[in-house]
Design a protein around this ligand. Structure first.
Ligand code: MN3
Length: 239
């Protein structure tokens, strides 16, 4: 185990259930904590910040166990398959993922998807899309409500584990889709390719403690957490 991962474990242990939202860049720097996109970043809020829609225990286990494991195994795969993470971006790796092992595919996807997921949620967000993204959603789906239905349908229809996405395709159009396992629309093997705007984790580990088998209830609740401000920025940033 590297010093930085030991430090990180100790850090997580010390901060415990209070969450790690108070961690600031200078402190992380002093702990020799890399800000590489290949490594797990601090959650932008406390474990309990998304309650009552996502409970603190789910967030803690999801972040410290599931997501942390993807990051760790991605690092292992990068060493084994000689990916120089100082030279290759995570997006580029995903775009050429068909050249790598299943381990790389599962863990590069798992790491990217979770880092994206934490960012695209926040406590008490704006409740609807804003600005150009709002206009594009109305144009593509007819209304925000119709978009929500299409997205929820994609999430409900995914058999087993996976993700639901709103993406901006390379032709500039918005689309809703879902991917199996830890695949995502940035991968060269994706059925529908594009840049993620929002994403919902529909693995049971993301909702089972609170919602058990009721995936539709989890999806309905999740609209209360979507960080539409950031989604709008992501939409505007895609050429
Ligand atoms: Mn997950």
């Amino acid at each position: 185990m590297s010093n930085s991962s030991q430090n990180r474990r100790q850090f997580l242990k010390n901060t415990g259930k209070a969450g790690i939202a108070l961690a600031s860049a200078p402190i992380l720097g002093a702990w020799n904590f890399s800000t590489s996109e290949f490594q797990q970043q601090a959650l932008p809020y406390a474990y309990n910040a998304l309650e009552p829609f996502i409970d603190a225990m789910t967030m803690e286990i999801h972040y410290t166990k599931h997501a942390a494991t993807y990051a760790k195994k991605l690092a292992d795969a990068c060493v084994a398959e000689k990916v120089d993470t100082t030279q290759v971006s995570l997006t580029n790796l995903l775009g050429t993922i068909s050249k790598y092992s299943a381990k790389m595919r599962n863990n590069a996807g798992g790491h990217f998807n979770h880092e994206f997921f934490w960012q695209i949620m926040k406590p008490s967000p704006a409740t609807t899309p804003q600005g150009e993204l709002a206009e594009a959603i109305n144009k593509s789906f007819g209304s925000y409500t119709a978009f929500q239905t299409a997205f929820a349908d994609a999430a409900k229809a995914r058999f087993g584990s996976g993700w639901a996405w709103l993406i901006k395709k390379t032709d500039g159009q918005l689309a809703v889709c879902s991917t199996a396992n830890q695949d995502n629309p940035l991968m060269d093997i994706a059925e529908i390719k594009g840049t993620p705007i929002i994403a919902l984790d529909i693995w049971e580990h993301a909702y089972y403690l609170k919602y058990q088998n009721r995936r539709p209830d989890y999806i309905n609740s999740w609209w209360n957490l979507v960080n539409w401000e950031l989604a709008g920025k992501k939409y505007n940033a895609v050429g």
